[in-house]
Design a protein around this ligand. Structure first.
Ligand code: DSN
Length: 422
């Protein structure tokens, strides 16, 4: 154990014990929440470094505090690497996380009351895409497109009609719970027809774009891409706004001083580390494997007669309609899988008749399991365990046996960044 942890153990047993408990949970269970991942040891080291001590309000070369030699180096590195990885003209790496990053775009480029066209939360969009419960939802006039009721996919003709009916200033594509790729060309054509700015919220699949496994919206002429850095990208918790040069100044002013104060320089240092990793051949292979694993797992669940929203996946996630598949609501399904150390999350499905805390489905994703080294053959075992548990959620003996199998299985896959003795 390193000296800092030893000091924590000596000085704060409660926090130390919780930390060790979480390490054990992460090691002994299979993480299938699509937005989670295991970051790199180097990211953990950088996050826990002295950069956490430093105030750096402003941007490299124009700060409001002294002592910025190394913070400037770090932020310039993170920005340059982000531009290289995502093939874009400008990068702001200061947003504290995904919500702040999206808010910075809206507040920087639009006026309150302007119209934004984005995906409805219950059809796979994000809270910041204008959900009525969000502050952004009340500040801007969001028009929310829904998916096709027949196959659950985005209906581009309907998106166009929505855009023509109430021309938006900004069109957003991107999702938190949608298992298909996006036709950026179609979104761009619609945006051009109505004179809207285009933004892809790539929070979930930023790492898959970086690794070349999924399309890059900039290749289709998009104006902005936002992405969190802790999901498929495998970095620290944070967000980035990537954009064309013409938006750079407005975006930078919007992030600071518009929305935030001092950036978290430890996170920015860790983002720089993450982006160097993202340039490697190893990361490209990782990104491809995430998709292979997702398809394999989805196909195996389908073979077992599970019902998946849209009938499968093109990305890193699948949405299982647990009511249709197993007669279980998503809360019970999540709890049943938790019981065997498989972590998923309950999820509303399109036009869900049930409420968000007891919805009709769960989301399953492969970024974290893939980061641990699991491959396609392992996905077949996961499908068998998931299906068996959800078909017999009250069979305590079977659940006990599966939990033991899962925990034994996990021993074969060390978690990056967790020391073996932990
Ligand atoms: N919480 C993220 C997710 O799980 O998709 C979105 O903010």
């Amino acid at each position: 154990m390193d000296a800092n942890l030893k000091s924590l153990e000596a000085n704060d047993q409660e926090v130390f014990n919780a930390l060790k408990g979480e390490e054990r949970r992460q090691k002994m269970g299979i993480e299938l929440i699509p937005s989670e991942n295991y970051t790199y040891p180097e990211v953990l080291a950088t996050l826990g470094s002295v950069f956490t001590n430093k105030y750096a309000e402003g941007y490299p070369g124009r700060r409001y505090y002294g002592g910025q030699k190394y913070t400037d180096q770090i932020e310039n590195l993170a920005r340059d690497r982000a531009k290289a990885v995502f093939h874009c003209e400008h990068a702001n790496v200061q947003p504290l996380s995904g919500s702040a990053m999206n808010q910075a775009v809206y507040l920087g480029l639009l006026a309150p009351g302007d119209t934004i066209l984005a995906m409805d939360l219950s059809h796979g969009g994000h809270l910041t895409h204008g959900a009525p419960v969000s502050h952004m939802g009340s500040l801007f006039n969001f028009v929310r497109y829904v998916t096709n009721p027949v196959d659950g996919s985005i209906d581009y003709d309907q998106v166009r009609k929505d855009a023509l009916r109430q021309p938006p200033k900004l069109i957003i594509c991107g999702y938190t719970s949608y298992p298909r790729d996006i036709e950026y060309k179609k979104f761009k054509e619609i945006a051009d027809e109505v004179g809207a700015i285009t933004m892809a919220d790539a929070s979930h699949f930023g790492g898959l774009i970086a690794g070349g496994a999924m399309n890059n919206p900039f290749d289709f002429g998009f104006d902005l891409v936002t992405t969190t850095t802790h999901k498929s990208l495998r970095g620290p918790r944070g967000g980035m706004v990537l954009c064309k040069k013409e938006f750079a100044s407005k975006i930078d002013k919007s992030v600071f001083p518009g929305l935030q104060g001092g950036p978290h320089m430890n996170a920015i240092a860790a983002i720089a580390v993450t982006l160097k990793k993202a340039m490697s051949e190893e990361f490209k292979q990782y990104a491809r494997q995430v998709l292979v694993n997702a398809t394999t797992l989805a196909d195996a669940l389908l073979e077992r007669q599970a019902s998946l929203v849209t009938g499968g996946t093109d990305n890193h996630m699948m949405v299982v309609d647990t009511v249709a598949s197993y007669g279980l609501d998503g809360k019970l399904a999540e709890e049943t899988l938790d019981r065997v150390s498989i972590t998923t999350n309950k999820q509303i499905i399109p036009d869900d008749p049930n409420p968000p805390l007891k919805p009709s489905g769960i989301r399953i994703g492969t970024p974290a399991a893939t980061a641990r080294g699991m491959g396609a053959a392992d996905m077949l075992r996961l499908a068998e365990w998931i299906d068996t548990c959800l078909r017999a959620p009250k069979d305590e003996a079977s659940l006990d046996a599966i939990r033991n199998d899962v925990e034994d299985f996990c021993q074969m896959f060390p978690v990056p960044g967790i020391q073996v003795e932990g």
